[in-house]
Ligand binder design. Sequence first.
Ligand code: ATP
Length: 257
Amino acid sequence: MTEALANLEGVTVQFDDRLVVNRVSLTVHRGDIITIIGPNGAGKTTLIKTVLGLQRATSGKVSRAPGLVTGYVPQHLTLEATLPLSVRRFMLLSGKPLADCEAALARTGVSHLLEASVHHLSGGEKQRLLLARALVRKPDLLVLDEPAQGVDINGQAALYELIRELRDELHCGVIMISHDLHLVMAATDKVICLNQHVCCSGYPADISHDPAFIETFGHQVAESLAVYHHHHNHQHNLHGDVVAGTGHQGACNHEHH
Ligand SMILES: Nc1ncnc2c1ncn2[C@@H]1O[C@H](COP(=O)(O)OP(=O)(O)OP(=O)(O)O)[C@@H](O)[C@H]1O
């Protein structure tokens, strides 16, 4: 089993008397790509902030590997619009050398924007900048809140592919939130369907048949996703774990149709 980077056990988050995250348990291992899906207001952002330690759990146990370096791409980048800020300066705020900043920008495909103002970037460019800022820290755990927002459909597929490549290069774990269900099904190892509590979780091909998934997203979505036949060269037990001797999740040849 690969190294556990972060672990939540029965975590609950409450704002006043509103239960936003309800007894959620999850573990992110190095090499994992876990995607959290769920309706608006389901507690997804709150959950990943809890993983990062930015949100305190009301109850339950949160643990992170000692010395864990995290890279976070938040849902919104709030910048003071009147403050002039170039991409170069924004990246240097990470405290990393310029050469590292430039390498991260090159890796996410936006090195040509080094002198541009962050206020004038397109939605897609902004996402790639935020990803570069997360990358320059060389994270063990990359946490992305709707990384493909504002990115056109071809760009989305490319972005998810880039995230997979980065996972391989950095040998990090990835936990992300997405609403792009089709892309999620093709690009992730494990899906967690959240609606305050974990409705269902598992491998993409299996989850679309789960009654809890159908209840949350409706038959139409579930049926359209069921075309994502996912052939494994291994088998899972009832908990979704890979059965010993049949290959490993990270090493199998998944085929998507
Ligand atoms: N700091 C806070 N104080 C009070 N309520 C909060 C706080 N943060 C989040 N909430 C509430 O918790 C609920 C869940 O919010 P959260 O952002 O986690 O949902 P989400 O699943 O990420 O939603 P979306 O898909 O719309 O981004 C929302 O109703 C939100 O208003």
